[in-house]
Design a protein around this ligand. Sequence first.
Ligand code: SF4
Length: 323
Amino acid sequence: MRVLIDHRLGGVVGDPRPRHPEKSHRPDNPIQRKPGWIRVKAPSHPVYHETRALLHAHQLHTVCEEAACPNIGECWSVRHATMMIMGDTCTRACSFCNVRTGQPGPLDADEPARVAAAVARLGLRHVVITSVDRDDLDDGGAAHFAAVIACLRAAAPATTIEVLTPDFLRKGEAWRVVARARPDVFNHNLETTPRLYPAIRPGARYYQSLRLLDRVKGENPAIFTKSGLMLGLGESRAEVSQVMDDLRIAGVDFLTLGQYLQPTVKHAAVERFVPPEEFAEYAALARARGFALVAASPLTRSSYHADADFAALVAARAAQSAA
Ligand code: SF4
């Protein structure tokens, strides 16, 4: 069965809950027609359906579905799904994001075991675990992340683990609980350039996000750190360049750059579609700055091809050590 997304409201067809109540008063931003280089195939592969059935049987949420990711057909056809823990409701209201906003329910203590069981059944080499923002919790959900990592290590010891975390803004040292659980990759997306934060990521602070990445690297340099930006929101090339410098100063290993796509008419408008050649130029700029790995294309998302990218990161580090 296919998930039918209502592209006006961003919700799943048949689910009556309002998905973005805080955005309902905003004027509509018409959704621009996508250029030819952003076309994706509708999900149809039998493995896509198996993946979906398994995730739903384990009562798990994925960012692939909740964020209406364009790559879902490709990723789920190779069993690559990004699990979204701590519920389907986020306490922030970013203007780019399709994840439901509101008051989340209590944490589900069985979720770490279910995530681990699903990953073991899927037989993944590498898994990406992300979450909604949980500003309502004292630790922002850090202990829950650590519990998921511990369960994964026990149930799927050969699987490498990547976490894509919230910023833990105003949660003190909570981030350290996640870092000390030793994920293989610690990802936190800056999402956009600092000038655009008030419009695009109003609940976040650029320097908090940057400092989080810097602190994780300082805590354990063996953990790969990773961050990403969406392009096409009105950022200038000079601003992107500055963000790359900031990330390198924070010791970030891996940069992802992808095109922002507008989920609904109530979300931030696409300012422009960045052509593939420009992504290639940004990738060259980033490599010149010393990132161990760069993924940059219109359909790049932070978890897209994350398993192959992890192998490339390990190889890049080995090559650096040998040099
Ligand atoms: S790119 Fe990431 S979020 Fe999108 S479908 Fe693939 S795994 Fe899911």
